[in-house]
Design a protein around this ligand. Structure first.
Ligand code: SAM
Ligand code: SF4
Length: 358
């Protein structure tokens, strides 16, 4: 078994691969993709489950230890269960996690667990049913709540709840943080990031299924309308939640000793006194964690992205299809060697979050 450790040009050890298994989704969250959805890629453009698993087996020998499956919505992909099974048998892989909107989790949790999935993150931006439907455009709050219940019932551990905070959405952050009081869940608040851009939206509107001007004419929130004033810095939010907790008689947030539920991950954790779970903050914008970044992304169409915010990409699909393992590894090592030191802010990206794999 290979035990190589691959470091980038700045000495960071790359151990974590995030894989977008599909860019399709059953929701259309306002901050993530346009109302019309994203142009579907043809079947041939997407990596198959076998190709993804082959890639993971190769890079596992180069130091990858943890895999996150994401999208788009990974649970709308028919390949997800076989893919997890194939990754589970790769000896170097220690941890397989999945990020989901939770809607399909109640009916799939059993199969996912059986295939070898270790843990799940569920996205939930509000506890107000009407606001949930407005944000997701196609979703219902009870689906996400049933997803959280299923994750706990089927023994995934830890269960994390991810909330993207956008100032103009006025989400009830205390209400969401309170989910950690009697459930062993880790509610994490994520700063809103500039993903997608004017060109991304324009390209989408040029697709036949995107009527010209619809997204652009819409006054609602969408990736093209990202604005720095919509970022709520984690410190500000934590103080607000803590103060609201005290005012509500729950008590203020106290720091969690040690690393929290994800070891050296990007979140910082607090908890309410006596709570079953924790409250975390991911400050990708106000206090970025680039110096500790250990990750690489693989898009659904087989392209490596060393940095979420950089459009510098390294396609591996053709080399994978040709069965040229040496070439695949050359491209992989080049992508890691060129991983930028830190992200430049904030002109957006040439792909939507659903296409990169958030
Ligand atoms: N569909 C799955 C889900 O929603 O969990 C997985 C893919 S989604 C792209 C992964 C995460 O990215 C979600 O938690 C979502 O809220 C987050 N996300 C999407 N757009 C974002 C943005 N502009 N800034 C910060 N987080 C974003
Ligand atoms: Fe779909 Fe997740 Fe993006 Fe929402 S955040 S549109 S659920 S990919």
């Amino acid at each position: 078994m290979g035990t190589r450790e691959l470091r980038d040009g700045f000495g960071r050890s790359i151990t974590y691969l995030r894989i977008s298994v599909t860019d399709k989704c059953n929701y259309r969250c306002v901050y993530c993709m346009p109302a019309e959805g994203v142009a579907a890629r043809s079947h041939e453009e997407l990596l198959s489950a076998e190709e993804i698993a082959r890639f993971v087996a190769l890079v596992a020998r180069e130091g990858i230890r943890r895999i996150r499956l994401t999208g788009g919505e990974p649970l709308v992909s028919h390949r997800i269960v076989p893919l997890i099974r194939s990754i589970r048998v790769i000896p170097e892989i220690e941890d397989i996690s999945l990020t989901t909107n939770g809607a399909l989790l109640p009916r799939m949790a059993d199969d996912l667990r059986d295939a070898g999935l270790d843990r799940v993150n569920i996205s939930l931006d509000t506890l107000d049913p009407a606001q949930f439907s407005r944000i997701t455009r196609l979703g219902r709050l009870e689906q996400a709540m049933a997803g959280i219940d299923a994750a706990l019932a089927y023994g995934f551990h830890p269960v994390k709840v991810n909330t993207v905070v956008v100032r103009r959405l006025h989400q009830d952050a205390l209400g969401l943080a309170r989910l950690s009081l009697d459930r062993p869940v880790h509610v994490r608040f994520i700063e809103y990031m500039p993903i997608g851009n004017e060109e991304t939206m324009a390209a989408c509107r040029n697709e036949p299924h995107c009527p010209p001007g619809r997204s652009g004419a819409s006054p609602e929130l969408h990736p093209e309308a990202w604005d720095a004033s919509d970022i709520v810095p984690s410190d500000e939010l934590r103080e607000a939640i803590s103060a609201a907790g005290e005012a509500a008689g729950i008590g203020g947030l106290v720091p969690v000793d040690g690393a929290g539920p994800d070891g050296a991950g990007p979140a910082r954790y607090w908890r309410f006194p006596g709570a079953a779970g924790t409250v975390g903050f991911i400050s990708a914008m106000s206090n970025h964690f680039c110096s500790r970044c250990n990750r690489l992304r693989l898009t659904a169409d087989g392209t490596l992205r060393p940095c979420l915010f950089s459009d510098d990409e390294y396609p591996v699909r053709e080399a994978l299809r040709a069965g040229d393992d040496g070439r695949v590894l050359d491209i992989y090592r080049t992508a890691i060697a060129r991983k930028p030191l830190e992200h430049e802010t904030a002109d957006g990206t040439a792909r939507f979050m659903s296409q990169i794999g958030g």
